[in-house]
Design a protein around this ligand. Structure first.
Ligand SMILES: C=CC1=C(C)c2cc3[nH]c(cc4nc(cc5[nH]c(cc1n2)c(C)c5CCC(=O)O)C(CCC(=O)O)=C4C)c(C)c3C=C
Ligand SMILES: [Fe+2]
Ligand SMILES: [Fe+2]
Length: 344
């Protein structure tokens, strides 16, 4: 009996976003996000009451205000860019693939996306968390969720996780092209590559040989530190800088979006909001800012880097601060993702 060719299933996953910028939806989103033990790695008996009872109720109204600034006619940018990427990728990959999209927190769910792939009886599944650099709080959490869902399937197909793509040539080339487009418009004194921060503790928990000292150890990617988020951020930065023809003194790597106060364990440093304030006194008045931990624009790029950092920089005497837009569903990025998937 002839059998029809079976398709390869692709699951794209991003972090998640509230259903709307209303406080109640933001609260539900933050409750799910911040009680994930890979994000807030406290014992569950402390994490749930502390975050659901205190931190989230205090944070949700403030976050909702910012989400209202971010919201568009198409809703949350993280969501619609993900859906656009899925559609364009499906067109580029063609009938041999079935592309689904899910969010780690809230909607569309990973469970629903996996169900689409299961219903189509795909031959195998490639999971691509849309986080270039591996962190347990992002990629690891997606992997855990996918495994928790498929463990209940009667037939568990072959599943391939793409755990990171920090140095993937197509990813780097797409960022460089976005940067060049901005640099062609006007001159810049300096480039900042600002990554989402994580607690240093998270890096150490993924460092079984106790290799990382948060120093020059992260300047090269080796077998020992291949999953070190800090080393991967530096590797992405080096390649982007090389692509743009920048010398080491022409760019700064820094980390943003820290959640906890600095009284607790430190997060990766230097903090972007602190380094940018020092630029004007050093004669750096025109800055081009990249956010290479994100492949889609979201709260952390558009608002934090594009607006809040710009304001801080100008208050400190800076003249021009420009955010390079994320890769979103730009054709060059879609081709790069398709290429990664075909090779996986
Ligand atoms: C790049 C990948 C990400 C890592 C690693 C990450 C770690 C991490 N995040 C928080 C806390 C928050 N992050 C928030 C927003 C947010 N985070 C990422 C990605 C990573 N987070 C994205 C893409 C977004 C934007 C979502 C959107 O809807 O646009 C937020 C919510 C916003 C706010 O209230 O400020 C929080 C909170 C922690 C604690 C953490 C690692 C320990
Ligand atoms: Fe985050
Ligand atoms: Fe290191």
């Amino acid at each position: 009996m002839p059998t029809s060719a079976r398709r390869i299933g692709v699951l794209l996953v991003n972090l998640g976003t509230p259903d709307s910028p209303e406080t109640s939806d933001v609260r539900r989103y933050l409750n799910e996000f911040l009680t994930d033990g890979r994000v807030v790695d406290m014992p569950a008996a402390i994490r749930y009451p502390l975050f659901q009872g205190l931190v989230v109720p205090l944070r949700a109204p403030k976050s909702a205000k910012i989400y209202k600034e971010l919201w568009t006619d198409r809703g949350s940018p993280l969501l619609f860019h993900g859906l656009d990427l899925k559609e364009k990728l499906q067109q580029v990959l063609g009938d041999g693939y079935l592309v689904a999209f899910g969010m780690r927190y809230q909607k569309p769910s990973i469970a629903g996306a996996l169900e689409e792939l299961r219903a189509a009886a795909v031959e195998r599944i490639v999971v691509l968390p849309l986080f270039p650099q591996y962190a347990s709080a992002s990629t690891g959490s997606v992997q855990e969720k996918v495994m928790a869902i498929v463990k209940d399937w009667w037939i568990v197909p072959s599943i391939n996780f793409i755990s990171q793509f920090a140095t993937e040539p197509g990813f780097i080339a797409a960022i460089v092209a976005r940067g060049r487009a901005e640099m062609d418009k006007r001159p810049y004194d300096h480039v900042v590559l600002s990554y989402h921060g994580i607690p240093e503790r998270h890096v150490k928990k993924g460092d079984p040989t106790n290799y990382c000292r948060f120093g020059s150890c992260c300047d090269t990617l080796t077998e020992q530190n291949q999953y070190c988020y800090r080393a991967q951020c530096f590797a992405t930065s080096r390649l982007v800088a090389e692509g743009l023809g920048l010398k080491p003194e022409q760019y700064t790597v820094s980390f943003q979006s820290r959640l906890q106060s600095r009284l607790r364990d430190p997060w990766l440093q230097p903090y972007t909001d602190e380094v940018l304030k020092e630029f004007p006194a050093k004669g750096i008045k025109n800055v081009l800012a990249f956010s290479p931990a994100f492949v889609a624009d979201c709260l952390e790029t558009t608002i934090e880097v594009g607006e809040e950092f710009k304001e801080l920089f100008e208050e400190a005497g800076g003249e021009h601060w420009q955010l390079v837009p994320s890769l979103n569903s730009e054709p060059q990025w879609v081709e790069a993702v398709a290429d990664m998937l075909r090779r996986s």
